[in-house]
Write a protein that binds this ligand. Structure first.
Ligand code: ATP
Ligand code: MG
Length: 263
Protein backbone atom coordinates (compact mmCIF):
# COMPACT_ATOMS: atom_id res chain seq x y z
CA UNK A 1 0.00 0.00 0.00
CA UNK A 2 1.14 3.62 -0.14
CA UNK A 3 2.65 6.37 1.95
CA UNK A 4 1.12 9.85 1.71
CA UNK A 5 3.19 12.56 3.40
CA UNK A 6 1.53 15.76 4.60
CA UNK A 7 3.65 18.75 5.52
CA UNK A 8 3.79 22.54 5.61
CA UNK A 9 6.36 25.07 4.49
CA UNK A 10 5.77 27.57 7.30
CA UNK A 11 3.27 28.48 10.01
CA UNK A 12 0.64 26.11 11.34
CA UNK A 13 -1.83 25.93 8.45
CA UNK A 14 -3.59 22.78 9.70
CA UNK A 15 -1.45 19.76 8.76
CA UNK A 16 -2.32 17.76 11.87
CA UNK A 17 -6.01 18.58 11.58
CA UNK A 18 -6.03 17.66 7.89
CA UNK A 19 -4.19 14.40 8.64
CA UNK A 20 -6.74 13.44 11.30
CA UNK A 21 -9.67 14.32 9.03
CA UNK A 22 -8.24 12.38 6.09
CA UNK A 23 -7.48 9.43 8.35
CA UNK A 24 -11.03 9.41 9.68
CA UNK A 25 -12.48 9.39 6.14
CA UNK A 26 -9.89 7.20 4.37
CA UNK A 27 -11.68 4.47 2.39
CA UNK A 28 -9.08 1.78 3.09
CA UNK A 29 -7.22 0.56 6.15
CA UNK A 30 -4.87 3.36 7.18
CA UNK A 31 -2.29 4.24 9.83
CA UNK A 32 -1.76 7.87 10.82
CA UNK A 33 1.94 8.26 11.66
CA UNK A 34 2.98 11.40 13.50
CA UNK A 35 6.41 12.21 12.11
CA UNK A 36 6.58 15.86 13.19
CA UNK A 37 9.82 16.28 15.18
CA UNK A 38 8.39 19.24 17.07
CA UNK A 39 6.27 16.88 19.18
CA UNK A 40 2.99 14.99 19.19
CA UNK A 41 -0.26 16.95 19.18
CA UNK A 42 -2.45 13.88 18.72
CA UNK A 43 -1.48 12.54 22.15
CA UNK A 44 -2.60 15.83 23.69
CA UNK A 45 -5.73 16.50 21.65
CA UNK A 46 -7.24 13.07 21.14
CA UNK A 47 -8.23 10.13 23.32
CA UNK A 48 -8.35 6.35 23.13
CA UNK A 49 -11.71 4.51 22.88
CA UNK A 50 -13.93 5.32 25.85
CA UNK A 51 -12.28 8.72 26.29
CA UNK A 52 -9.27 7.30 28.14
CA UNK A 53 -5.86 8.96 27.59
CA UNK A 54 -3.55 7.69 24.88
CA UNK A 55 -0.29 6.10 25.99
CA UNK A 56 2.29 8.72 25.01
CA UNK A 57 5.15 6.27 25.75
CA UNK A 58 4.04 4.06 22.88
CA UNK A 59 4.86 5.42 19.44
CA UNK A 60 7.82 6.45 17.30
CA UNK A 61 10.33 6.44 20.16
CA UNK A 62 9.40 2.98 21.48
CA UNK A 63 9.38 1.79 17.85
CA UNK A 64 12.90 3.16 17.35
CA UNK A 65 14.15 1.12 20.29
CA UNK A 66 12.40 -2.03 19.06
CA UNK A 67 13.38 -1.62 15.41
CA UNK A 68 16.99 -2.68 15.93
CA UNK A 69 15.84 -6.21 15.13
CA UNK A 70 14.20 -5.05 11.90
CA UNK A 71 11.13 -3.20 10.72
CA UNK A 72 7.90 -4.51 9.29
CA UNK A 73 4.15 -4.31 9.68
CA UNK A 74 4.09 -6.28 12.92
CA UNK A 75 6.78 -4.24 14.65
CA UNK A 76 5.26 -0.93 13.57
CA UNK A 77 1.71 -1.88 14.54
CA UNK A 78 2.87 -3.14 17.94
CA UNK A 79 3.77 0.50 18.72
CA UNK A 80 0.52 1.92 17.39
CA UNK A 81 -2.76 2.47 19.20
CA UNK A 82 -6.34 3.33 18.35
CA UNK A 83 -8.11 6.63 18.71
CA UNK A 84 -11.66 6.93 19.93
CA UNK A 85 -13.49 6.44 16.63
CA UNK A 86 -11.15 3.67 15.48
CA UNK A 87 -8.32 5.41 13.60
CA UNK A 88 -4.96 3.63 14.08
CA UNK A 89 -2.14 6.00 15.05
CA UNK A 90 1.56 5.84 15.65
CA UNK A 91 2.17 8.70 18.07
CA UNK A 92 5.12 11.00 17.44
CA UNK A 93 7.88 12.11 19.77
CA UNK A 94 6.71 13.86 22.93
CA UNK A 95 9.22 16.69 22.46
CA UNK A 96 12.01 17.68 20.03
CA UNK A 97 14.55 16.38 22.59
CA UNK A 98 13.43 12.83 21.79
CA UNK A 99 14.28 13.13 18.09
CA UNK A 100 17.91 12.10 18.77
CA UNK A 101 16.57 8.70 19.87
CA UNK A 102 15.27 8.11 16.36
CA UNK A 103 18.85 7.69 15.08
CA UNK A 104 18.86 6.58 11.47
CA UNK A 105 15.32 5.23 11.59
CA UNK A 106 13.65 7.87 9.40
CA UNK A 107 14.88 6.44 6.10
CA UNK A 108 14.00 2.73 6.64
CA UNK A 109 10.75 3.81 8.26
CA UNK A 110 9.76 5.80 5.16
CA UNK A 111 10.53 2.84 2.90
CA UNK A 112 8.54 0.49 5.14
CA UNK A 113 5.56 2.85 5.42
CA UNK A 114 5.35 2.90 1.63
CA UNK A 115 4.91 -0.86 1.41
CA UNK A 116 2.97 -1.99 4.46
CA UNK A 117 0.62 -4.90 3.83
CA UNK A 118 -1.62 -3.54 6.60
CA UNK A 119 -2.78 -0.56 4.54
CA UNK A 120 -1.86 2.98 3.58
CA UNK A 121 0.07 5.34 5.84
CA UNK A 122 -0.67 9.04 6.24
CA UNK A 123 2.41 10.72 7.71
CA UNK A 124 1.99 14.09 9.44
CA UNK A 125 5.49 15.44 8.81
CA UNK A 126 4.85 18.92 10.24
CA UNK A 127 6.90 21.83 8.97
CA UNK A 128 9.71 20.91 6.59
CA UNK A 129 12.89 22.67 5.48
CA UNK A 130 16.07 21.43 3.83
CA UNK A 131 17.48 20.37 7.21
CA UNK A 132 14.43 18.60 8.69
CA UNK A 133 15.30 15.17 10.13
CA UNK A 134 12.00 13.68 8.91
CA UNK A 135 12.69 14.51 5.23
CA UNK A 136 13.41 10.84 4.38
CA UNK A 137 9.76 10.10 5.23
CA UNK A 138 8.63 12.82 2.81
CA UNK A 139 11.04 11.59 0.12
CA UNK A 140 9.72 8.01 0.41
CA UNK A 141 6.08 9.00 -0.14
CA UNK A 142 4.10 8.20 -3.26
CA UNK A 143 2.15 11.43 -2.82
CA UNK A 144 3.45 14.54 -1.03
CA UNK A 145 0.80 17.04 0.02
CA UNK A 146 1.80 20.50 1.20
CA UNK A 147 -0.82 22.25 3.31
CA UNK A 148 -0.97 26.05 3.32
CA UNK A 149 -3.34 28.92 3.99
CA UNK A 150 -4.33 31.41 1.31
CA UNK A 151 -2.18 34.26 2.63
CA UNK A 152 0.61 35.77 0.55
CA UNK A 153 3.39 34.68 2.88
CA UNK A 154 2.08 31.12 3.21
CA UNK A 155 1.95 30.82 -0.58
CA UNK A 156 5.41 32.33 -1.04
CA UNK A 157 6.93 29.74 1.30
CA UNK A 158 4.87 27.01 -0.35
CA UNK A 159 6.40 27.88 -3.73
CA UNK A 160 9.92 27.65 -2.37
CA UNK A 161 9.27 24.28 -0.76
CA UNK A 162 7.55 22.85 -3.85
CA UNK A 163 10.47 23.88 -6.04
CA UNK A 164 12.93 22.26 -3.61
CA UNK A 165 10.87 19.06 -3.40
CA UNK A 166 10.46 18.79 -7.16
CA UNK A 167 14.24 18.84 -7.56
CA UNK A 168 14.59 15.95 -5.07
CA UNK A 169 11.74 13.51 -5.74
CA UNK A 170 9.63 11.94 -8.47
CA UNK A 171 6.58 11.61 -6.20
CA UNK A 172 3.25 13.15 -7.12
CA UNK A 173 2.88 16.60 -5.56
CA UNK A 174 -0.36 18.04 -4.23
CA UNK A 175 -1.44 21.16 -2.39
CA UNK A 176 -4.25 21.61 0.12
CA UNK A 177 -5.27 25.20 0.75
CA UNK A 178 -7.11 25.67 4.05
CA UNK A 179 -9.45 28.61 3.53
CA UNK A 180 -12.94 29.79 4.31
CA UNK A 181 -15.34 28.17 1.80
CA UNK A 182 -16.39 31.70 0.71
CA UNK A 183 -12.80 32.69 -0.09
CA UNK A 184 -12.87 31.13 -3.55
CA UNK A 185 -11.04 34.04 -5.17
CA UNK A 186 -8.17 33.82 -2.71
CA UNK A 187 -7.88 30.10 -3.44
CA UNK A 188 -7.94 30.79 -7.19
CA UNK A 189 -5.03 33.17 -6.67
CA UNK A 190 -3.06 30.35 -5.07
CA UNK A 191 -3.76 28.18 -8.10
CA UNK A 192 -2.56 30.92 -10.44
CA UNK A 193 0.68 31.15 -8.46
CA UNK A 194 1.10 27.40 -8.96
CA UNK A 195 0.29 27.74 -12.67
CA UNK A 196 3.14 30.21 -13.02
CA UNK A 197 5.64 27.73 -11.58
CA UNK A 198 7.68 25.37 -13.71
CA UNK A 199 6.94 22.59 -11.21
CA UNK A 200 3.77 20.71 -12.21
CA UNK A 201 1.39 20.53 -9.24
CA UNK A 202 -1.64 18.81 -10.71
CA UNK A 203 -3.38 17.88 -7.48
CA UNK A 204 -5.02 20.87 -5.81
CA UNK A 205 -7.63 20.85 -3.10
CA UNK A 206 -9.53 23.43 -1.06
CA UNK A 207 -10.19 22.28 2.49
CA UNK A 208 -12.66 24.38 4.46
CA UNK A 209 -11.35 26.59 7.23
CA UNK A 210 -14.02 25.68 9.75
CA UNK A 211 -13.42 26.21 13.47
CA UNK A 212 -16.55 24.20 14.36
CA UNK A 213 -15.29 21.11 12.53
CA UNK A 214 -11.65 21.62 13.60
CA UNK A 215 -12.72 21.69 17.26
CA UNK A 216 -13.59 17.96 17.02
CA UNK A 217 -9.95 17.26 16.20
CA UNK A 218 -8.86 19.16 19.28
CA UNK A 219 -11.07 17.00 21.48
CA UNK A 220 -13.71 19.68 22.09
CA UNK A 221 -16.32 19.33 19.34
CA UNK A 222 -20.07 19.73 19.78
CA UNK A 223 -22.91 18.78 17.48
CA UNK A 224 -22.71 16.58 14.42
CA UNK A 225 -19.23 16.23 12.98
CA UNK A 226 -20.50 14.78 9.69
CA UNK A 227 -22.48 17.97 9.01
CA UNK A 228 -19.51 20.33 9.42
CA UNK A 229 -18.03 22.21 6.49
CA UNK A 230 -14.67 20.65 7.30
CA UNK A 231 -15.93 17.10 6.83
CA UNK A 232 -18.08 17.98 3.85
CA UNK A 233 -15.11 19.58 2.08
CA UNK A 234 -12.77 16.74 3.08
CA UNK A 235 -14.95 13.90 1.78
CA UNK A 236 -14.15 14.35 -1.92
CA UNK A 237 -10.55 15.30 -1.18
CA UNK A 238 -10.02 12.06 0.72
CA UNK A 239 -11.60 9.95 -2.01
CA UNK A 240 -9.42 11.61 -4.67
CA UNK A 241 -6.20 11.24 -2.69
CA UNK A 242 -6.92 7.61 -1.86
CA UNK A 243 -7.63 6.89 -5.54
CA UNK A 244 -4.37 8.58 -6.57
CA UNK A 245 -2.28 6.22 -4.47
CA UNK A 246 -4.39 3.09 -4.94
CA UNK A 247 -2.52 0.03 -6.15
CA UNK A 248 -3.99 -2.19 -8.91
CA UNK A 249 -4.83 -4.64 -6.10
CA UNK A 250 -6.89 -1.97 -4.25
CA UNK A 251 -8.75 -1.18 -7.46
CA UNK A 252 -9.49 -4.89 -8.02
CA UNK A 253 -10.92 -5.11 -4.51
CA UNK A 254 -13.11 -2.05 -5.06
CA UNK A 255 -14.29 -3.49 -8.36
CA UNK A 256 -15.17 -6.81 -6.67
CA UNK A 257 -17.14 -4.96 -3.98
CA UNK A 258 -18.92 -2.62 -6.43
CA UNK A 259 -18.85 -4.03 -9.98
CA UNK A 260 -18.69 -1.12 -12.42
CA UNK A 261 -22.03 -1.99 -13.99
CA UNK A 262 -23.79 -1.70 -10.62
CA UNK A 263 -22.40 1.68 -9.56
N1 ATP B 1 -9.54 23.50 8.61
C1 ATP B 1 -9.45 24.20 9.74
N2 ATP B 1 -10.43 25.06 10.11
C2 ATP B 1 -10.35 25.78 11.25
N3 ATP B 1 -9.32 25.71 12.10
C3 ATP B 1 -8.31 24.87 11.80
C4 ATP B 1 -8.32 24.08 10.62
N4 ATP B 1 -7.19 23.34 10.60
C5 ATP B 1 -6.52 23.67 11.71
N5 ATP B 1 -7.18 24.57 12.44
C6 ATP B 1 -6.78 25.12 13.74
O1 ATP B 1 -5.50 25.75 13.57
C7 ATP B 1 -4.65 25.40 14.67
C8 ATP B 1 -3.42 24.69 14.12
O2 ATP B 1 -3.87 23.51 13.50
P1 ATP B 1 -2.93 22.24 13.33
O3 ATP B 1 -2.33 21.87 14.63
O4 ATP B 1 -3.69 21.24 12.59
O5 ATP B 1 -1.82 22.88 12.40
P2 ATP B 1 -0.38 22.32 12.01
O6 ATP B 1 -0.10 22.82 10.64
O7 ATP B 1 -0.33 20.87 12.26
O8 ATP B 1 0.54 23.08 13.07
P3 ATP B 1 2.01 22.68 13.62
O9 ATP B 1 2.98 22.94 12.49
O10 ATP B 1 2.21 23.60 14.76
O11 ATP B 1 1.97 21.24 13.99
C9 ATP B 1 -5.47 24.54 15.60
O12 ATP B 1 -6.02 25.37 16.60
C10 ATP B 1 -6.58 23.99 14.72
O13 ATP B 1 -7.79 23.71 15.39
MG1 MG C 1 0.88 19.69 13.41
Amino acid sequence: MALVALASAKGSPGVTTASLVLGALWPRQVLLAECDPSGSDVAIRMTAPGGTPLNSDRGLVSLAAASRKGLGDEVILAHGQQLDGGLDVLLGVRSPEQVGGMGGLWHPLGLTFNQMQFGDVLADCGRISTTSPQLPIVYSARLIVLVCSATGSSVAHLRERLAALASQVDAQLGVVVVADPKQRDAVKQVWSVLDAMSVPVRHRWHLAFDPVGAAFFEGRGHGRLAKTQLIRSATDITAEMAALVASPQDLDMAEAAFPLGER
